[in-house]
Design a protein around this ligand. Structure first.
Ligand SMILES: [Zn+2]
Length: 302
């Protein structure tokens, strides 16, 4: 794997998840009431920071039933408080809340992994409070990794939605950059989309390229992946080759798209005509991987 695609900001981790402990109710009762356990809180997808590090709290004073186990590192147990904190909850106003998108690249590997998992797990719990079979309110079990229905006993597990993101090049090794309709003028990235049921990620790449920019691509190659919990994606980074250069944007999702040589892209970024995705995204890393090196932070969209 290319060095640029190793150590993706939100793909890093240093804690042992110790998933085998999650069903041990006695162990969990001890950990979630242990004042030495470190609890990460999440508010609207943001995490609290102290400098460049996560700011943890103690489990004391928080409802025991609402914790999840993130993992263990050097004998310290890390938990997440699974209740997404309301924006107007004044108890947490003094903390320095930063979105994972903004702070993810600056965090240590340990903190990036903890924050990414905490945000993903909290997002899932917030959106899945009731049983999909019978509609009863479910309860949290197995150290935050399962919700169970009290009426029919069914168990429900956190989901991740796979999405492909692809660096498409043409016969001259130019890169396709596209702008979604909902983005500001000048904000460009590469083609992406969710994997549909019954589809491989290679097939999803071929379909998305055809739907969004009218290209028939082949040689789909997996390059790396990164969790992207906004709210629940796993981005599967690929490259693909287009045999033709004629672009036809769908006009629905994609507003404009064009081929860029390396020199074209540098000129467009230097002039301010093009802004690239942020450093925390796999999109940026796939663009840099094609380019052959890191690109200036100043060329990122704000
Ligand atoms: Zn049920």
């Amino acid at each position: 794997m290319s060095p640029i695609l190793q150590q993706l900001a939100l793909g890093r981790s240093a804690v042992e998840r110790a998933a085998e402990l999650r069903q041990d109710a006695q162990w969990w009762a001890r950990v979630r009431s242990d004042p030495a356990s470190r609890v990460l809180c999440v508010r609207l997808g943001a995490v609290p920071l102290a400098g460049d590090e996560l700011a943890f709290t103690s489990p004391e004073g928080l409802p025991e039933a609402e914790f999840g186990f993130l993992g263990t590192d050097n004998g310290v147990n890390f938990l997440v408080w699974l209740t997404d904190i309301a924006e107007d909850d004044a108890r947490f106003d003094s903390l320095d809340w930063q979105s994972l998108r903004n702070c993810g690249a600056a965090l240590s590997a340990r903190d990036a992994g903890l924050a990414t998992t905490a945000v993903a797990l909290t997002n899932w719990h917030r959106a899945h409070t009731h049983c999909p079979r019978c509609g009863s309110e479910t309860f949290i079990t197995q150290a935050g990794w399962v919700r169970q229905c009290p009426a029919d006993g069914s168990e429900h597990y956190p989901r991740t939605d796979p999405a492909v993101i692809v660096a498409i090049t043409d016969a001259d090794d130019r890169l396709l950059l596209a702008r979604q309709k909902v983005w500001q003028p000048g904000h460009f990235s590469i083609v992406a989309g969710f994997v549909e049921p019954g589809e491989t990620f290679e097939a999803a790449v071929v379909r998305e390229a055809h739907e969004e920019v009218g290209l028939n691509v082949s040689d789909v190659t997996y390059l790396g992946s990164q969790p992207w919990p906004f709210p629940a994606s796993l981005m599967i980074g690929c490259s693909a080759r287009s045999m033709t250069s004629q672009i036809t944007v769908d006009g629905e999702e994609i507003e404009e798209a064009a081929w860029f040589s390396r020199a074209d892209m540098v000129a467009a970024c230097e002039s301010g005509a093009v802004r690239l995705p942020s450093k925390v995204s796999i999109a940026r890393r796939l663009i840099e991987n094609w380019y052959g090196g890191e690109l200036p932070h100043e060329w990122s969209r704000p």
